[in-house]
Design a protein. Structure first.
Length: 64
């Protein structure tokens, strides 16, 4: 997974997911983008375990 995030606003501008059930992850990212949520909303969210959505915590963890 890769994501492009605006450095000033924290908004998710785009993303790419290559892997099993990538479409499920993309749908969640699309909803976040449509709702204009900053990447921190996905980074700090508590997702059900085990689900692929948990990977958002890791994807956005390196952004300050």
């Amino acid at each position: 997974m890769k994501a492009v995030v605006d450095g000033d606003t924290g908004l998710i501008l785009g993303a790419a997911v290559l892997g099993i059930e990538g479409g499920e992850i993309m749908a969640a990212l699309q909803v976040a983008m449509m709702g204009r949520l900053p990447h921190t909303a996905l980074r700090d969210a508590v997702f059900a375990h085990p689900t692929l959505a948990e990977s958002f915590n890791n994807l956005f963890a390196t952004l300050v």
